[in-house]
Design a protein around this ligand. Structure first.
Ligand SMILES: [Zn+2]
Length: 218
């Protein structure tokens, strides 16, 4: 589905982001974003070169966005991260802008370019900027996919029923096996005890196992 920009959208973009251009030939918005944003009384400013595709692919909520300089790669290198995925860049080099399954929360109703910038793209860029500057995330983030659901479950953001709907039995069984039998390696792949490495995932699995056993008995 193509993203259609209204005259109002176009004017808003030109005012808010004068460094960006709409390229109708290649169906994208491309150029520089001058970020100036605050969170918890910290203001960060920076420039990011980006390309936003004006198309939402089937089964997706958000358009693909790419960073077009080497800035993100340089940040990953500078912070000595094992992978650029640690700053939420997907394997196809597009940015991972929102938690899987929660992308719709960026919008009050349906997709709008303004809410996309304000609730999705800018928070992502702020996050990366903050991470680069302070070496840690500015706010709590969740792991990708099922592991993230387990973290939310540990925090009571998902119910036992919801987690069973979101994850296949195969996936949850795999994690439970790991929880029971693989003690010296975390599910994230690091050679560390899961309890110390990803404590919320550990707690989510512990809680799931408890409720699972209860559900079987009753
Ligand atoms: Zn871990």
């Amino acid at each position: 589905m193509d993203i259609v920009l209204s005259l109002k959208d176009t004017e808003w973009l030109a005012t808010q982001y004068p460094g960006l251009k709409i390229d109708m030939t290649n169906k994208c918005i491309v150029g520089d974003i001058f970020l100036n944003r605050s969170y918890n009384r910290k203001t960060l400013t920076n420039v990011f070169s980006i390309k936003i595709m004006l198309e939402i692919l089937p089964n997706m909520v958000l358009p693909k966005v790419y960073e077009t300089s080497d800035k993100l790669q340089n940040i990953a290198t500078k912070l000595d991260l094992s992978s650029i995925e640690d700053i939420h860049v997907n394997s196809d080099t597009s940015l991972c802008l929102a938690i899987y399954g929660r992308e719709k929360e960026c919008f009050s109703n349906k997709f709008t370019i303004r809410e996309f910038f304000e609730n999705c793209l800018e928070p992502y860029l702020f996050w990366v900027n903050y991470y680069e500057k302070f070496g840690k995330a500015p706010w709590k983030e969740y792991a990708h996919g099922g592991l993230g659901f387990l973290e939310m479950y540990a925090e009571n953001r998902l119910t036992f029923r919801e987690i069973q709907q979101k994850m296949s039995l195969k996936e949850i069984s795999k994690y439970l096996y790991h929880y029971d039998y693989v003690k010296d390696k975390c599910l994230c792949g690091k050679n560390k005890d899961m309890k110390k490495c990803h404590n919320d995932i550990y707690n989510g699995l512990k809680k799931f196992k408890g409720n699972w056993n209860l559900a079987r008995v009753s």
